[in-house]
Design a binder for this molecule. Structure first.
Ligand SMILES: Cc1cc2nc3c(=O)[nH]c(=O)nc-3n(C[C@H](O)[C@H](O)[C@H](O)COP(=O)(O)OP(=O)(O)OC[C@H]3O[C@@H](n4cnc5c(N)ncnc54)[C@H](O)[C@@H]3O)c2cc1C
Length: 455
């Protein structure tokens, strides 16, 4: 019989960030279960050349730095804060779990699945009895990466189709490479091919949707980057005549980028690139847009609209999984159940840590749910508005809560905290700008709601 105050389902980044907040702010005990054999979630099965898309400086759990806040001097991320690799992330979570276990308040139960009827079953088949006050669902974001399943289309046995995980092994084994998918995984696969000398003319790209992209230079934990980007973003919201105008202003100010300026993107999923990466991606000229692959045979790639030729010298790489899906939101705190979701746009680990902290502040679900309204993961262009509006509303509520503002100021997972805590080093002009940014976030709430209503 396992016994603890909390049962956390999932030892991915969100479950670990939540548990860390509970461990460091209470004396509570936790059972953490995962159907895999170690912590770290999807990072364990990610493609080997994946790196964080945003700086290590604000990823992981609050109590432990990830990396050393260095700035990369080479590569696509040159001049920006370091991005941990898959192996660094997995090893980091192993260390964090060891520290959790050392607290003597955590039991980690790997290779064990939680079932919706409330049962815990080990992969070997035995039922595990447990007693707990609250169950924390750290699986609701439903992260999926290509290696977790087969491609979402039919394959003729003889055609060459691989997940991006196999690309290092297969590099050089084909004359042409077909990248399937329009998201961040597709970008990473193309950049990998280009980095290792594959000519852009040997790569074709099947991209169902074009995407608005975030510039990683704007997501650095310093005033000149994130602070200025928030400033420009809010200026664009305040000035935009309509939705179309808003996206053009966001592009003009550098808040958003796109692959091809002649195409209006229909997707926004927080994909983050550097300007150097974007320039590299623009080298791919053979792009088939607006179509999805329905099947691949020995000599044909069938699409929802038309088809492309295939042969045994072409390697197809499916980069089609959802990453983070846009899921319906639900109350985070619901009696004995806590469902981890983002409470700030595209900041899952920060959100899980804050949910853990707010859990320690109040008994009543109502107050906790008032402070932490879920922000659904964006998918379509208009979701940029919805997720920013909800994030802004949450931020205003937090700014009126002393415990939360104090917690935020010293929290390494909050990228804006490094700006606010170094306020004394601001020039007068920067400090005034900071005040203006936060005023604008508050003022722009109704403006965003109006833009959403008219979209
Ligand atoms: C390629 C990629 C790069 C990313 N880069 C960044 C970044 O730079 N910065 C950032 O903030 N976010 C990034 N993200 C977003 C990402 O969602 C978060 O970083 C985070 O890893 C999500 O963690 P999670 O715990 O929600 O999900 P997961 O990693 O999927 O963890 C869920 C865990 O739950 C377990 N589980 C599921 N169901 C059960 C069950 N029934 N019983 C027991 N265990 C179960 C799974 O085995 C898994 O270990 C990235 C995402 C991807 C795909």
């Amino acid at each position: 019989m396992l016994k603890a105050d909390y049962l956390v389902i999932g030892a991915g980044a969100m479950g670990m960030a939540f548990a860390d907040s509970i461990i460091h702010n209470t004396q509570s005990t936790l059972i953490i279960v995962d159907k895999n054999n170690g912590p770290g979630g999807h990072w364990n099965v990610a493609y080997p050349y994946v790196r964080l898309h945003q700086p290590s400086a604000f990823y992981g759990v609050n109590s432990k730095e990830l990396g050393s806040n260095r700035v990369d001097l080479t590569g696509y991320n040159k001049g920006l804060f370091e991005l941990a690799s898959k192996h660094q992330i997995v090893s980091y979570y192993e260390q964090v779990m060891t520290e959790f276990l050392d607290s003597n308040r955590v039991q980690f139960v790997p290779m064990t699945e939680f079932h919706e009827d409330g049962t815990l079953k080990s992969k070997s088949g035995s039922l595990i009895n447990y007693e707990t006050t609250k169950v924390v669902d750290a699986t609701y974001m439903n992260v999926s990466v290509p290696s977790m399943g087969p491609p979402p289309f039919k394959i003729d046995g003889k055609s060459r189709v691989i997940a991006p995980n196999e690309l290092p092994k297969e590099l050089g084994s084909a004359q042409t490479y077909t990248i399937i998918g329009g998201g961040k995984t597709a970008f990473d696969a193309i950049l990998f091919l280009l980095q290792f000398g594959i000519s852009p003319s040997a790569i074709q790209w099947i991209m169902p949707r074009d995407s608005w992209l975030l510039d990683r230079a704007n997501i650095q934990p310093i005033m000149e980057s994130l602070g200025m980007s928030m400033f420009h973003q809010n200026a664009s919201i305040a000035e935009a005549k309509d939705l179309q105008d808003l996206f053009l202003l966001l592009e003009e100010s550098g808040s958003l980028m796109r692959l091809d300026k002649t195409i209006s993107p229909t997707m926004y999923r927080c994909a983050t690139v550097t300007k150097t990466e974007l320039e590299e991606l623009r080298k791919i000229e053979k792009i088939t847009r607006g179509s999805r692959v329905t099947s691949i045979t020995e000599n044909e790639i069938k699409l929802t609209h038309g088809s492309l030729p295939n042969d045994d010298q072409n390697l197809n790489i499916y980069c089609t999984s959802d990453g983070l899906a846009k899921r319906p939101t639900k109350a985070i705190f619901d009696k004995e159940r806590i469902t981890l979701q983002s409470v700030r746009t595209c900041q899952q680990v920060f959100s899980a840590a804050l949910i853990g902290y707010v859990e320690t502040l109040y008994e009543e679900d109502d107050e906790k749910n008032r402070l932490l309204k879920p922000v659904p993961h964006p998918d379509e262009t208009n979701d940029w508005l919805v997720s920013n509006q909800q994030s802004g509303e949450n931020a205003i509520n937090w700014s009126q809560n002393e415990a939360i503002t104090t917690w935020l100021a010293s929290n390494r997972l909050d990228p804006t905290s490094s700006m606010t805590t170094s306020r004394e080093t601001f020039s007068e002009e920067q400090a005034a700008r900071m005040v203006e940014i936060f005023q604008r976030v508050a003022e722009n709430g109704p403006r965003l709601r109006a833009l959403i209503a008219n979209s």
